[in-house]
Design a binder for this molecule. Sequence first.
Ligand code: PNS
Length: 177
Amino acid sequence: MNILVYPGSFDPITIGHMDIIRRAVKLCDQLIVAVLPNSNKKAAFSVKERVELIQASIDAEKDFTLAERVKVDAYHGLLVDYCRNVGAMATVRGIRRESDFPYEAEQVAANRLLYREYEAILLPCRPDLAFTSSTIVREVAKYGGDISGMVPQVCCDYIFKRLQLKKQPAEVKINGG
Ligand code: PNS
């Protein structure tokens, strides 16, 4: 069985991630969407929340192929160890624009040093989703903006309310703002 792993922070899932899931599942027998830690980022959502939001987004598609062939998981450790554990043939990641490439290439090179069998597929994103990111979602929601065009509809309210709750009061007030 050809297994692909789609790793990421998914903090939270966006419609860009969903597009990669829909396309990547066609390239394998089983796609595992794996929430992994990114030590450069402090997550806004817990691992459990992120897994549940991804699963809810997949379920909401009501698509037989997705339901049968996509599994959502979480792992606290190195991506290569996870890939070995599940017997993945490769990982898949979306490339939104040219500036994503150096980071992805560095990750691939590091992973290949750790695991000789490691292989990676980089899928170019849909151009209209090139500027959709979890970072933008968190920023827009924090200031009360509309994120409905950026995240799967089924989890839009949850993500918005949750990020509003996390909003910290401003430490310094400028011009009474
Ligand atoms: O969505 P992100 O934050 O760009 O995903 C990055 C992620 C989670 C895929 C990456 O940080 C990762 O693989 N984390 C697990 C730890 C690891 O294996 N790091 C790479 C070795 S250099």
